[in-house]
Design a protein around this ligand. Structure first.
Ligand code: SAT
Ligand code: MN
Length: 607
């Protein structure tokens, strides 16, 4: 088929006059050779048409309309269930600019390899063109993108996760810049072939060209590999943009905490995966009079406002949350969000009456259809839901969404929290002495590996600012960028930085701190530190709360446990030194002097 004969490519048929976009769409269609080109408009009609198609293809199951209105459950290929870090590439022109934490291939070589893979890769399929915007469309400098994909599941998920629809094309006009995000499942169909429910390819590439602000993805249909507005654009490409333009693209939730005096504090927090980021984003405080609202659970874009404060915007439009462990007690607000419907679940289990279930959800079932579409009973071997099964749901449905979540101005951040999952050593909450010390804390974020990720369970993986898999450039340059932003700002207006660890355990392996909603007690201490109304103790690692300074009213907890959760044990910290040393030598020559200085000072304080 020549491009002239691909339906949807006829001159004048596209809903835009943006020349560069039209040329790119035609070029990709000539390369990938789809049966037709369809421009996505994000409409309800499109949602119905595509969900009907995926129902017929066996990709998704319609859930019970009463229990899960307008919602569906998809099962992926069992080999396509998560982001693939080993197949994720930062193809900067120079290898040094990708840094030691990323896979790098020369961009010319990568483009050649992938161009070959894309040749004819959409045969027998529809090529969708999805104009989208990360962050509010009304921003001064809206961050636009266009994803081309041959997956209807991606079209549906992008409608939930990003701002789509005719207003995006309008904003694009005839010449506005946009990020080109190309995605193909790599599963062409020959005439007469029958399709599989979840097409993908065993060969996968998740590739970024940071200087060109382009994303090329091939072979996977799942999550961050395929919904290119999320980690690919809003973290990897955006972090490179942010470095050049003087702002921050971070793997952070945004939380609004409201005191009994009705004063609002905005908090951004970065944690590696499996540390309860979504639960904290939707926390229900247990202390009387305190309330919380949310603005986001995964990504924050932060820039200084005219008043010198750091303002955060969530670029996303939906939640793509891990299902297992989510329930009415760990995260009632997520459960309420899902109850509203309009949700695309992936790799959860489905009950006989077409509701969803996953490990950790209330209720038990004698029979389920598991994430691989097989019969499941409590006697079955594996879990019913995949550990990385997800819900994809519009953010606007969350009952505690802060009204200002969609404000292009963003919200002024008072505190930045870093944290990880640590059984020992790291206190429940530590305040950084100043910005540079806070950047050092972020640079050394470490978390014990859980079973859900690659690597040895229990080993500590260093994950700077929880950005390890999401940096679009050299980690040393990234840390330097953080330091410089702090230097350029009015120190008194900078957010205070804290390090939290909800996961410390006693000698008998018990958690020392109850976590979940009770974490509001730690948040209260943080707010009081911001206000300067509460004390803390200077320790070699920073300013730590005392049990007396924490509001423990009504909490059924052993005071010794709290003291142990807050303890700074110098011997444990000395043991921490070699592991930080190893991480910094991996970062290499680009480790900022400021960070090396902080490390030296810490060693001296521990000596
Ligand atoms: O698959 S995603 O990258 O979107 C989610 C995650 O891994 O955090
Ligand atoms: Mn994330």
């Amino acid at each position: 088929m020549t491009s002239a004969t691909i339906p949807g490519l006829e001159p004048g048929s596209a809903p835009t006059r943006h020349q560069e976009l039209l040329e790119w769409v035609a070029e990709v269609a000539r390369l990938t050779q789809p049966d037709q080109v369809v421009w996505s408009d994000g409409s309800d009609e499109e949602w119905t048409r595509l969900t009907d198609e995926l129902l017929a293809a066996g990709t998704i199951t319609k859930l019970d309309e009463e229990k899960q209105p307008n919602s569906f459950a998809a099962n992926s290929d069992p080999a396509d269930v998560a982001r693939v870090e080993s197949r994720t590439f930062i193809c900067s022109k120079r290898e040094i600019d990708a840094g030691p934490t990323n896979n790098w291939v020369d961009p010319t070589e990568m483009r050649a390899t992938m161009t070959e893979l894309y040749t004819g890769s959409m045969r027998g399929r529809t090529m969708y063109v999805i104009p989208f915007c990360m962050g509010p469309l009304g921003a001064d400098d809206p961050k636009l993108g266009v994803e081309i994909t041959d997956s209807a599941y991606v079209v549906l998920s992008m409608r939930i996760m990003t701002r789509v629809g005719p207003a995006v094309l309008e904003t694009l006009g005839t010449d506005k810049f946009f990020v080109k995000a190309l995605h193909s499942l790599g599963a062409p169909l020959q005439p007469g072939d029958t399709d599989v429910p979840w097409p993908c390819n065993t060969e996968k590439y998740i590739t970024h060209f940071p200087e060109d602000r382009e994303i090329w993805s091939y072979g996977s249909g799942y999550g961050g590999n395929a919904l290119l507005g999320k980690k690919c654009y809003s973290l990897r490409i955006a972090s490179a943009m942010a470095h050049d333009e003087g702002w921050l693209a971070e793997h952070m939730l945004i939380l609004k905490l409201i005191s009994p005096e009705e004063k609002a504090y905005y908090i951004a927090a970065a944690f590696p995966s499996a540390c309860g980021k979504t639960n904290l984003a939707m926390i229900q405080p247990t202390i009387p009079g305190w309330r919380a609202e949310t603005l986001g659970d995964d990504i924050a874009w932060m820039r200084f406002g005219d008043d010198g404060r750091l303002y955060a915007v969530n670029p996303e439009f939906g939640f793509f949350g891990v299902a297992p462990g989510t329930n009415w007690s760990s995260n009632p607000n997520a459960m309420e969000t899902l109850k509203q419907g309009n949700t695309m679940y992936t790799n959860v289990a489905v009950t006989d009456d077409k509701d969803v279930w996953w490990e950790g959800l209330e209720g038990s079932h004698d029979h389920l259809i598991d994430w691989q579409g097989k019969d499941w009973t409590p006697e079955s071997d594996g879990p019913a839901a995949h550990p990385n099964s997800r819900y994809c749901v519009p953010m606007s449905q969350c009952p505690i969404m802060a009204p200002e979540w969609d404000d292009p101005q963003g919200v002024p951040i008072s505190a930045i929290l870093f944290g990880g999952r640590r059984k020992t050593t790291v206190p429940l909450v530590t305040e950084a002495r100043d910005w540079q010390h806070g950047v050092f804390m972020g640079a050394t974020v470490g978390s014990e590996q859980t079973a859900a990720a690659e690597g040895t369970v229990g080993a500590i993986r260093r994950d700077p600012m929880a950005m390890l898999p999401f940096l679009g450039y050299n980690v040393g340059d990234y840390l330097q960028h953080w330091i410089e932003l702090g230097k350029s700002a009015d120190e008194s207006k900078l957010p205070k930085v804290f390090y939290v660890n909800w996961f410390r355990r006693g000698a008998d392996k018990r958690f020392l701190w109850p976590g979940f909603g009770e974490n509001s007690r730690v948040l209260k201490w943080i707010v009081e530190r911001i206000e300067g109304t509460v004390g803390g103790v200077e320790t070699p690692v920073g300013i730590v709360a005392t049990p007396e300074a924490l509001d423990l009213d009504g909490l059924d907890v052993n005071l010794d446990d709290v003291a142990e959760a807050l303890a700074v044990n110098v011997d444990e910290w000395r043991e921490e030194i070699p592991s930080i040393e190893e991480w910094f030598s991996f970062v290499g020559d680009k480790l900022p002097t400021g960070i090396a200085d902080e490390f030296e000072a810490l060693k001296q304080r521990l000596a």
